[in-house]
Design a protein around this ligand. Sequence first.
Ligand SMILES: Cc1ncc(COP(=O)(O)O)c(C=O)c1O
Length: 398
Amino acid sequence: MLLDTLIFDPSSCGFPRPRLPLLPIGFDGIAFAAPSAWAPTAHFRHFSRGRYALREAYRLAGIGPGSTLLAPAYHCRTMLDPALALGADVALYPLRSDLSPDLAALDALADSAPIPVRALLATHFFGLPRDFAALADWCAARRITLIEDASHAFFTEQHRPAGIGAYGAFVVSSPYKFLPSPDGGLLYAPEAGRLHDIVPRAPSWRDELAGIASFWQKAHSASRCDLAMLEAELTANAANPSPLASERHEFAGPSSDYRPEHAGRASLRLSRLLYRHPDIAAIASSRRKNYRRWTTATMNLPYCRPLYPELPDDCIPYMFPLLIEHPETHFYWLKRLGVPIWRWDSMAASTCPTATHYRLHLLHLPCHQSLNESKMDWIISALTKVGAGRTALLQACQ
Ligand SMILES: Cc1ncc(COP(=O)(O)O)c(C=O)c1O
């Protein structure tokens, strides 16, 4: 199936590389001690990324030609890629403004799907556990397989976050988002027997060596952020604005981030070694601290709003989601400064107002354990100055 997809192409903008890493690096979050796993290894399979773990979950749920996957309207393309690669249809279900599924709309969608719905993907966005009890009942009543997307949660063999993985027939996560490993995607099934036939193939030694090299290189990459230079850099960028990115609709299959040759391949040995040694308390404490710093810094700014100002107890956040009012300046200026940001600006089109708005307005800002106080100072200062700079520019024009 080809999906009507909105493509945001920033290649003409000349954005520099982020000056700070978007994900943890070095040995940050790694400990000598190895906590024990919370379930026998028979319940888990390791892949090189969450998207390939999703592929197996979809396949086991009956996703393929002649079936439909229900997926959240707000998504990154790699969540849909495996279903498209398997030849299935994808229908996007709308989300409320807090990114929870709209159950009433799901009813209408499932009733009107021309091709039978076999599976539903439900995401714990940004690592905040979402209660999927009602959704699980809804799926059970319709004989639809519920797949929990814990890609944003610190869900590994060594750590199961409260409230995550309780309802899905399959749970998928991306441990490389929490640990400084070169790759990693995890498939978990509460019924181990369902994974019986899945035997990921070992990566080649060449891949293993490339993983070690990438780990080493990231660990030694210097961050280039200087608080004293920010103001001057911002002024220089404002005087010389970058061209706007191109945006277009395209009927598209799987994105180029989905590599069919990587499907079925196990994660690297180095990654699995790192997963066995997480410093869970340190990761939780520094991520929660950075998240709270973000909340405090942005809560009262007029041009942005934290999506989730409250961090639930025990939750280990993935990123800090921030809604901005003026992406046409804020996003560009931040990118020009080299601020590490993610945004799902290319996604399948839908009628969901939340997804339509969040595509350009919702920034994903890092809060991981490799960001110490001075690095957080720099990013927060960049965001504050960019917002204030735009306000000053507008006033000057009035
Ligand atoms: C919510 C969500 N689910 C699934 C995926 C796929 O995970 P991975 O990057 O490990 O393939 C992503 C990608 O970042 C994601 O953000």
